[in-house]
Write a protein that binds this ligand. Structure first.
Ligand code: AMP
Length: 283
């Protein structure tokens, strides 16, 4: 496994592989790897000749009051896990290399970033789209894999790749959960034991909603009220949003008469957690 610490080295590596007609699969991350990340690497491993992982805590996707400075880091463990997952190259850039002095270009999408997490994180998806564009140009992958845990992010990347004619196949990986249902996240490391229990309110409220929909409830407002009461019953929780929306446009849906995306964000203590599920109405 090669470790490439500058964008020039990474690009040279990719160009050399391309010259030999090797295909490249790419999994971008912010590190502190868990089984959710590993599942994306496992999905990608058989698809291409090379498997590239990037670890970069992208400062431009964090708002001023978010957790950039506190974001957990364990590069040594990440490299160990990456090698075990069959990664052939790790891209580990410095932020000055990605955002040199006088950097001033941004990728802007008209609609998708305005929904869901976009309300409370107005600069987030612009930062994501911009860094992913740069990473795509540096790594030059044939296939890139993103987790459905960050469903809105995945939709935005798909839209951007389509709109800007990137010749890259985008795949989504299923959400990997702890045995009690909590979606795995590097941010789960922030939770105290009490908060860890309250964090279960996200996946449990989704299950509750899925059961209500299976029982024939079609009004998203009714289910949303039930979910709000349920989540508020757990200490340390503060709901950011609960959204029943169209899985493609992310516009909210009042009557559940087709498959919808149920997505939510909840602050548990100081940690903001997200979860989601695609749910179809009962026939
Ligand atoms: P992050 O390091 O949080 O930026 O995540 C890197 C990639 O891993 C993103 O595409 C995430 O959607 C994906 N990911 C994070 N957590 C999970 C999870 N629990 N299951 C599946 N994919 C995940």
């Amino acid at each position: 496994m090669e470790i490439l610490k500058t964008k020039n080295l990474m690009q040279q590596w990719s160009k050399a592989r391309k010259k030999k007609d090797k295909t490249i699969c790419f999994v971008p991350t912010m590190g502190y790897l868990h089984q959710g990340h590993i599942s994306l690497l496992e999905k990608g491993k058989p698809l291409c000749d090379e498997l590239v992982l990037s670890i970069f805590i992208n400062p431009t996707q964090f708002g001023p009051n978010e957790d950039l400075a506190a974001y957990p880091v364990d590069i040594e463990k990440d490299l160990f896990l990456a090698e075990a997952a069959g990664v052939t190259a790790v891209f580990l850039p410095q932020k000055e290399d990605i955002y040199p002095h006088n950097f001033q270009t941004k990728i802007f999408l008209d609609r998708l970033p305005s929904y869901l997490c976009g309300h409370s994180r107005p600069i987030h998806f612009g930062g994501v789209a911009t860094v992913v564009t740069k990473l795509f140009h540096i790594v030059m992958p044939d296939v890139a894999i993103f987790g459905k845990k960050d469903y809105q992010q995945l939709q935005i990347i798909r839209q951007m790749v389509c709109d800007l004619d990137f010749d890259i196949k985008i795949l989504g990986g299923e959400i990997v959960r702890e045995s009690d249902g909590l979606a795995m996240s590097s941010r789960n490391a922030y939770l105290t034991a009490d908060q860890r229990e309250s964090a279960l309110s996200l996946s449990r409220s989704i299950q509750m909603a899925a059961a209500a929909i299976a029982n024939g409830e079609k009004k998203s407002g009714v289910i949303q009220n039930q979910m709000e009461s349920f989540i508020k019953g757990y200490p340390h929780t503060r709901i950011d949003y609960i959204s029943f929306c169209d899985p493609h446009t992310l516009e909210s849906v009042d009557i559940i008469d087709r498959q919808i995306l149920l997505a939510l964000a909840v602050h548990v203590g100081k940690t903001r957690l997200i979860d989601n599920c695609l749910i179809a109405p009962s026939q």
